[in-house]
Design a protein around this ligand. Structure first.
Ligand code: PA5
Length: 387
């Protein structure tokens, strides 16, 4: 159950709801609202079980919408100091030769499998990382072993990774054509890496139950757009639980790539409070008034007593106080409250935010489901690196 408290929703944009819903329903890129086929879940779990039999670690190679969702969920759901989780290493998010060198060095003595994820199958960071790791794997494993250890997730008909699957007969998963990268949490791109340590059936259940928040998702979009019209060009996602850090990274991609087009959109940033109250807090309180905030509150957490008081209760009192203090500095905020951090609530929350970001894109008059700006950089790099 998610609770909402949005500010500034008295707006004529409320009347545009039917039009926005129509645009949404007419879109060809809303495959993420469709129920996932149970045979896909079955395949995910079977491949996971196989990998667990022969590997002691999974390397996930992905960037942007092909990694942020599962990374965010893994970070949010894992214990801070757990040693019992199946080790998952993420790679492909930079061209750091130091990271690559250290990773290859580490993997030399580890029995591992890889999951390469790229919807287009042609993203430079992914192909470079994949080819370097495959080179190492070829020294360690036979061709038959490679077929057990290389799992590729890509679209169904084109791209270099699709060609690789056809040529080498590697195990593969599909990202459907009507689901874009940042909207792909309900596809094997995220469910497979998530399945190693968490119950994906709970995540799936929560995700689809997010459907009941369509009205709230629209209100949130209206609130954000209204604040934008008042000169609030930056949205700061605020969390008081460090393990939601990558969840806010996921949010930044979701809203940034969805709205930031044609010279429009709200620039999304994030802060981890209370840590950042001791750095950026000064700017938020008294600096340029172009920021509004969206707080994510978690109602229940572990019980720790401090002088007879519940520490989590104190954390939430601080959250409420920060909202009040920032309001005194003319910084408006929205509040989104979940009961606990678990597979189900995060599934619901992701669905809610995905809906809302799409509505918001339509309210800004842009296509929420493309990212032509990202392609500009990708093409320039290809040209300059002759890649
Ligand atoms: O949301 C998006 O579509 C992008 O951020 C992509 O996910 C990102 O650029 C990676 O692309 P691909 O999955 O094709 O490698």
């Amino acid at each position: 159950m998610i609770k909402f408290d949005f500010c500034e929703i008295e707006s004529s944009l409320l009347n545009k709801k039917d039009e926005v819903m129509q645009q949404f329903n007419d879109s060809e890129m809303i495959g993420w609202t469709r129920k996932i086929d149970s045979s896909i879940i079955f395949d995910i779990l079977s491949v996971r079980d196989e990998v667990k039999k022969h590997s002691s670690c999974l390397v996930v190679i992905g960037i942007g919408g092909s990694f942020l969702g599962s990374y965010a969920l893994n970070q949010a759901l894992d214990s801070y100091f757990s040693s019992s989780s199946f080790p998952i290493i993420y790679a492909g998010t930079s061209l750091s030769s130091q990271y690559m060198n250290e990773l290859l060095d580490y993997l030399k003595d580890v029995d591992f499998s890889i999951n390469v994820i790229s919807k287009s199958g042609r993203t430079m960071e992914i192909l470079i990382t994949y080819n370097l790791i495959k080179e190492l794997m070829k020294k360690k494993y036979s061709d038959e072993e490679l077929r057990k250890r290389i799992i590729i997730t890509t679209d169904s008909y084109s791209g270099e990774l699709r060609e690789e699957i056809e040529k080498e007969k590697y195990t593969s998963f599909v990202i459907p054509n009507d689901i874009g990268g940042r909207y792909s949490v309900m596809t094997p791109a995220h469910l497979f890496p998530l399945s190693f340590n968490f119950d994906i059936s709970k995540f799936i259940k929560g995700y689809y139950s997010g459907d009941k928040y369509i009205d709230d998702a629209y209100l949130y979009a209206v609130s954000r757009r209204h604040l934008f019209d008042k000169g609030k060009y930056i949205e700061n996602f605020c969390i008081f639980e460090n393990k939601l850090y990558y969840f806010t990274e996921w949010l930044k991609q979701l809203f940034g790539e969805t709205e930031g087009k044609n010279g429009r959109g709200i620039f999304p940033v994030s802060t981890v409070y209370t840590r950042d109250l001791h750095s950026l807090g000064q700017f938020v309180q008294e600096g340029n008034k172009i920021i509004f905030e969206t707080f994510i509150k978690v109602e229940e957490s572990d019980k720790v007593l401090y002088n007879g008081k519940d520490l989590h209760y104190m954390n939430n009192i601080v959250l409420d106080s920060v909202r009040d203090a920032h309001f005194m500095g003319d910084v408006f905020s929205n509040l989104i409250t979940i009961k606990q951090i678990n597979e189900e609530t995060l599934g619901e929350l992701m669905y809610f935010f995905m809906m809302s970001s799409a509505f918001s894109g339509f309210l800004f008059g842009v296509n929420p489901f493309n990212q032509p700006g990202v392609e500009v950089y990708k093409n320039k790099v290809r040209e300059n690196l002759d890649f």
